[in-house]
Design a protein around this ligand. Structure first.
Ligand SMILES: Nc1ncnc2c1ncn2[C@@H]1O[C@H](COP(=O)(O)OP(=O)(O)OP(=O)(O)O)[C@@H](O)[C@H]1O
Ligand SMILES: [Mg+2]
Length: 233
């Protein structure tokens, strides 16, 4: 199978805290892969490790090439986009300015502001508004849109549905599905089990920094012991 992201025996640390403890995981082109687990399981750390934001060891492969020694901007330039939990939009800048900042200086990519607005119509109506005045859902769309402007082939999206109303979560799910239809690979880090499993092609569950489940959404839904021990409260 063609694997765009592949982790083999991936480890990560914060100082002396050994968080990821030998993770095997892959994401293929055009696939939405859910990454689930309880608070503190290491899901955000995995995204940060892929982006080179924490100390890491093991194999971090992108299109078969080792990216484990590359710096964050180099990893982004090769086509991995990251939308952190905190969303990190620039609050004092308008929607339009935030999107322009997401564009890579070196080469204009396939994504334009017009295409981002087509994918997220609410943003088009707010183009001239400072990000700080957007709703949570609009800020999430802006964070996704800004990352798209960097022209990724894979997006690591950390808890996009957090704090959003069900109707907005549904809108978001439709947008992610549309991105997949266009060939985007997405690693979807989530707490909301139904949102993630409804759109994911495959799922992993992390527990204490290791993979405790890998399989289809249907298999995870049916696996009550795994859900009880590693996901549900
Ligand atoms: N900057 C940091 N320094 C030290 N330890 C950290 C740091 N960030 C996270 N940790 C620790 O690493 C572990 C994994 O954290 P991580 O943020 O990856 O969890 P998570 O699965 O994303 O869960 P959640 O987002 O619900 O908190 C936790 O024990 C956490 O306390
Ligand atoms: Mg997290």
């Amino acid at each position: 199978m063609n694997r765009c992201l592949e982790l083999r025996g991936a480890h990560a640390w914060y100082g002396r805290a050994h968080v990821l403890q030998g993770v095997d995981l892959h994401v293929a082109p055009g696939e939405i892969v859910a990454l689930l687990g309880r608070n503190g399981a290491g899901r955000s750390t995995l995204a940060r490790a892929v982006m080179g934001l924490v100390e890491r060891r093991g194999r971090y492969l992108w299109c078969g090439q080792d990216i484990g020694a590359l710096r964050t901007f180099e990893i982004a330039r090769r086509g991995i986009g990251y939308v952190p939990e905190s969303r990190d939009v620039f609050p004092g800048m308008t929607v339009e300015q935030n999107l322009v900042l997401g564009q890579k200086a070196a080469r204009p990519g396939r994504w334009t502001r017009a295409e981002v607005y087509r994918l997220f119509p609410p943003l088009a109506r707010r183009a001239g508004v400072q990000a700080q005045y957007l709703s949570g859902g609009e800020q999430q769309m802006l964070a996704l849109g800004r990352t798209l402007m960097g022209d990724p082939a894979l997006m690591l999206v950390d808890e996009p549905a957090e704090g959003l109303a069900p109707q907005v979560v549904a809108q978001l799910a439709a947008c992610l599905a549309e991105l997949r239809r266009q060939g985007m690979a997405i690693l979807l880090i989530e707490q909301k089990l139904d949102f993630a499993l409804d759109i994911a092609d495959r799922a992993y569950v992390l527990g204490h920094g290791a993979v405790v489940f890998a399989g289809t959404p249907a298999a995870l839904r049916a696996d009550v012991p795994v859900r009880r021990e590693w996901i549900e409260l």
